[in-house]
Design a binder for this molecule. Sequence first.
Ligand code: CTP
Ligand code: CA
Length: 225
Amino acid sequence: LTRGATEPDLRERHVVVTAGGTREPLDPVRFLGNRSSGKQGYALASTAAARGARVTLIAANTSLPDPAGVDVVPVGTAVQLREAVLKAAADADAVVMAAAVADFRPAVYAPGKIKKKDDQDPEPIALIRNPDILAEISADRARPGQVVVGFAAETDNVLVNGRAKLERKGCDLLVVNEVGERKTFGSEENEAVVLGADGSETPVPYGPKEALAETVWNLVARRLS
Ligand code: CTP
Ligand code: CA
């Protein structure tokens, strides 16, 4: 409540937002993916643009209209998302990792479509770890004072797990959502608590993703000033 609706408090700032969910291909027609719609990341991008920021939105497999006045960089896999984030973060004041990044990818990519064999069950799919992009950009800030924000979906012990995750990742802020069957994925609304590395806890009541986005930018703007 320290800000009027259209006050451009992110003017002259470059912010990078990731949105959506990565897809990790098994073969040319199949992938491992997740249910992230990208709506929270898009809400973050459009609210930052409305507050005057230059916005780079790195969009993993979303099917949402490009927000006005935002540079959209489409990506597919976690490795591609990492490349795009590192490039855009080089001159960014803030990076917000709202994308759901696959923790693992298939160890082998089959260049041709995988076929069934007569009456045989398939081999298990071997997986390898993807890079942890949030931990990497938090540890190697491209600029001093760059604010790094992560998102975490937790099903139980939300605050305890969230606090441990914030420390593990080394980011400045972690937005923790409680997820359940009817919460968050693909929905228009969100309920969360934003944990700060300074020990702060900012609850965000159940409401539109835009409201959570505004709270995130309030906390980011305070850390940038
Ligand atoms: N993230 C990332 N790179 C990964 C995995 C996650 O940058 N390889 C980011 C996400 O974009 C999110 C944050 O890390 O901002 C937390 O993601 P989450 O899946 O909750 O964390 P993990 O460390 O993967 O923990 P978990 O084992 O609970 O999945
Ligand atoms: Ca994960």
